[in-house]
Design a protein around this ligand. Sequence first.
Ligand SMILES: *[C@@H]1O[C@H](CO)[C@@H](O)[C@H](O)[C@H]1NC(C)=O
Ligand SMILES: *[C@@H]1O[C@H](CO)[C@@H](O)[C@H](O)[C@H]1NC(C)=O
Ligand SMILES: *[C@@H]1O[C@H](CO)[C@@H](O)[C@H](O)[C@H]1NC(C)=O
Ligand SMILES: *[C@@H]1O[C@H](CO)[C@@H](O)[C@H](O)[C@H]1NC(C)=O
Length: 296
Amino acid sequence: MAPLIYSGLLSIIITLSALLQPPCAAHINACRSFCGNITIDYPFGLQQGCGHPGFRDLLFCMNDMLMFHISSGSYRVLEIDYAYKALTLHDLHLSTCETIVLGGKGNGFDVEPWRGPYLAPDSDNVFMLIGCSARSPLFQGFPEKHLPCRNVSGMGCEEYYRCPAWSLLGAQRIGSQGSVYGSGPPECCALPFEAVKSINLSRLECEGYSSAYSIAPLRMEGPGDWTYGIRVKYSIQSNSDEFCRACEATGGTCGYGGDGIRQLCIGFRIDQGRKRKMELDEYINRSASDLLICTG
Ligand SMILES: *[C@@H]1O[C@H](CO)[C@@H](O)[C@H](O)[C@H]1NC(C)=O
Ligand SMILES: *[C@@H]1O[C@H](CO)[C@@H](O)[C@H](O)[C@H]1NC(C)=O
Ligand SMILES: *[C@@H]1O[C@H](CO)[C@@H](O)[C@H](O)[C@H]1NC(C)=O
Ligand SMILES: *[C@@H]1O[C@H](CO)[C@@H](O)[C@H](O)[C@H]1NC(C)=O
């Protein structure tokens, strides 16, 4: 497996360098790419070995549609916001103001434990769980203890019930239980991701879910104005960031090794001037990592 990845990367570099004059010039990003109109750049990558290892095997481009794949399922990526380090995802079975999707078909949101430090829904993102059973872990201790349900950034179920989707579902269904907690669990329970750490519809025994987010400081009038989708923040440790900045400063491209753990600087031989060559040497020593140097 590993030699394949290495030789794959090498062939990318050799192919790229063969196209360029002079061969092996600096400042070529071997990993930046596009899917539809979305730019894929560090820490993400579409090819094996590109980007940060925390985001490996995460993004896939299919017919110009960028897909995000984690343990809870596949989502379409609508946007990558590199300035705010966030991705906006859409789940095919996400309920919105117009439609409520029941039957437990939705993905929810859950990542592999090793990915946890790198990806988590934004704290301003509200998850609204719909039709959860009275036996749901959400309602353990109900009604004596407090429900975990609450508003998130001004968004919650009381307002969500005003959406047309709920009247289609049948007014009496919420009429009896919706905003009154007296007779049973609420038909909808809103919470931030941190409250449960995993939105798993089968574990939470819920029939469906919605997710919406706000980008401050926009004041939203009602649920019809909310943006439906899952806003996910990504993060990388600062030492990884330093590694990458140092790599880019020497004309390299940030990637990772065949082990899927170690960061790698994909470099190019620098012919112009001694100073840059020195920087590369220093870099190799400091990071103690591999540096692939094109042999053009
Ligand atoms: C990308 O294309 C989609 C339609 O395919 C469009 O809705 C969206 O606004 C475009 N995004 C950017 C950043 O141009
Ligand atoms: C969701 O929960 C169910 C039941 O507890 C479990 O079988 C399944 O593996 C979980 N899904 C994920 C993505 O963790
Ligand atoms: C959420 O906010 C609404 C007002 O917008 C309020 O009526 C409701 O009680 C709040 N719900 C919770 C669970 O705090
Ligand atoms: C890098 O390490 C080698 C061997 O340890 C040493 O000879 C060389 O001077 C170092 N280069 C720089 C630029 O520090």
